[in-house]
Structures are given as C-alpha cells and as structure tokens.
Design a protein around this ligand. Structure first.
Ligand SMILES: [Zn+2]
Length: 329
C-alpha cells in the first residue's frame, strides 16, 4: 500500500489522548459519555438545536444521563442528539468499542464477529456496523478534489465470492434478473500516493465515469485508467491529460523513462475491498454497498493514523452524519 499524504488540515485534535481498546472496554457508561463529549465538543458543548455555546448542565437524575440545557433556545440536549447514536438502546460504551473494532480491522469485521465480541444480538451488531459505516461516509477531512496522478478503475462487489479472476471481474454484469449477476459496480478513484473515493454506481458506463471524475478529480490531475471504453470520452477532453495502460500486455506502461502509467494503486484498493467481502461480510446487498465502500475508503484514507486516532476521527463523524439515519437506511 502506498504511503499516505499528510492528513489535510482539520479541526484541532478533539481529545487529549485517544483511548486504547482496553481503556474503552473498561469504561463505565458515564465515562463513555464524557469521552464522546470530549470527541464531539473539543471546545466545549454546543447546542445542537441552535448552535449556542451558552449551556449549562442539569443536576439531579438528569446529570447521570448527561443532559444539558441551552440558555439560548431553552431546549435540553445530550451529546447524542442529532447523531447516529441518537435514540439508541445500545449502551454508549458498546458503541465506542464497535467503532474501535471497525476502525482497527484492516480486513473488516463481520456482524457475527461483532455479535460475539460485544455480547449483543446479531441484529444489534448488524445495525451498529451499518450505522458506523454510514457515519464513515461523512468524512470532514476527506480533503476535497483528488490531485496529482489519479487512477480510476471499476470493481464489482457482491454476489457469491469467487476466485480472483481479473478477466471475469471485468465482464459487465449480465442483467440483474434471476440467473443474472448480483455484483454491483463501484467506481474507484485514487490518488497514486493518497486518498481514495469509492462510489457505488448503478452502471459502470461512460456517463457515470465522466460524472464521477468530474465530481471528484481536480481538473489538472492526470488520469490513469486501463483501456476500458468508458474512459475514452471523458479522457479525450480532460485538461490534466489521460493515459491508459493496456492490461492484456503489461501492468505498468512507461511511455518515457520515469513516467509511469498504471492503476496498481486502484487495484490494491479493490483487492482490499474484495478481501473484506470474501473474508468478513460474505453477503453485501446493493442497497448497503455504499456503506461498505465508506468503511474501506475511511480506513484507507486514514491509514497512517494509529487505530486509536482513527477511531476518534470516526467518532467525531457521528456528528457529520446527523441527517436522519432512517432516511438513509
Ligand atoms: Zn439552543
């Protein structure tokens, strides 16, 4: 895996020291809440209703539930209001552990494994994993448009895992009816030495390729793809240039000394994605495919951090993912 670029500048580190897995495991519910508050509110609590920072803590029984009151709008709130943790029956300390497990598992984790490790039902484990993946799609530090050399490739995920066979993988899906493939295409755009954006698309087509590249790639970035027809049109008028590698013949083209054309970085990402599918997830439905993509993308983009730091980053995103989860499920 290539070395990551420095993480783009973002908010100050939200907690003084990220907790280790053992520390998370030993937390009481109150400590877990305090920890989440430190992550979400590095500069002190802010009202999720009106943004006001003039807030006070309620005393008595409400204190144990971490209830605060806004002096601006007079409404009450806790650290979980408006986040993916909102309205959950799962203890916060289990959420923190689940975040850590997902963020630290390079080859991902199955709902079955979460179910066994966390002592929650399978259904709860599945739900936790999906909410976490949903949050990981809202990365405030994703750094904007991809720059430099950007490798673009498609990969097909889902259906029955099969032996890695490049030629077979690249065949377009043969319809989605009975007997057709259940695999769904993901467009993978990756900086040669940096960040990745992986997006589930309905169809890996020229129109979709142009849309994805236009949306995620800096106009002056140089595109590298294989010779698939879907990149011809967008590549022809791409300002930063477009070069292709002919896979049947070679993995790296070198049109002039030192100038390398390849999509090996995209392929490393794709193989990570596939390994997670065959090794941990087993079944990935098209409906949830983007969430799985979020997960692999997040670990890749923050691969130079420690597992503890990556977990803190992910927890902070529970905030970014405040849109009604039900709508996205
Ligand atoms: Zn308020």
């Amino acid at each position: 895996m290539p070395k990551a670029k420095p993480v783009p500048e973002g908010p100050p580190h939200p907690v003084h020291r990220p907790a280790t897995f053992l520390e998370l495991g030993a937390m009481t519910e109150g400590e877990a809440r305090t920890y989440l508050e430190a992550v979400r509110w590095p500069e002190g609590p802010a009202c999720p209703h009106c943004g006001c920072v003039d807030v006070s803590r309620l005393g008595g029984a409400a204190a144990a539930r971490g209830v605060l009151k806004c002096r601006g709008c007079r409404k009450q709130f806790t650290v979980t209001v408006g986040t993916i943790f909102h309205g959950t029956h799962v203890p916060l300390r289990k959420w923190l552990l689940a975040f850590h497990i997902v963020c630290a598992s390079k080859k991902s984790v199955s709902a079955h494994q979460l179910h066994r490790q966390m002592k929650v039902t399978y259904k709860t484990a599945w739900f936790l994993a999906h909410r976490i993946r949903h949050a990981l799609g809202h990365d405030p530090l994703d750094g904007g448009l991809l720059e430099g050399v950007v490798e673009v490739d498609e990969t097909y995920i889902g259906g029955k895992p099969r032996r890695s066979n490049r030629a077979a993988d690249r065949k377009p899906p043969k319809g989605t009816g009975p007997g057709g493939t259940k695999k769904a295409p993901v467009m993978v755009l990756v900086e040669r030495s940096g960040r990745v954006k992986a997006n589930h698309v309905r169809l890996a087509s020229a129109v979709e390729a142009a849309r994805q590249i236009g949306k995620h790639v800096h106009p002056l970035a140089r595109l590298n793809t294989d010779e698939s027809r879907i990149y011809v049109k967008v590549g022809r008028k791409w300002k930063g240039g477009h070069e292709t590698v002919e896979h049947a013949r070679e993995y790296v083209a070198e049109p002039r000394p030192g100038h390398k054309v390849h999509i090996n970085t995209a392929e490393s990402f794709n193989s990570l994605f596939k390994r997670a599918h065959t090794g941990a997830w087993h079944h990935v439905s098209t409906t949830h495919l983007q969430k799985y993509a979020n997960e692999v993308q997040f670990r890749w983009n923050h691969r130079d951090m420690s597992d503890e730091q990556r977990t803190v980053m992910a927890l902070a995103q529970g905030d970014g993912a405040r849109l009604a989860y039900a709508a996205a499920d």
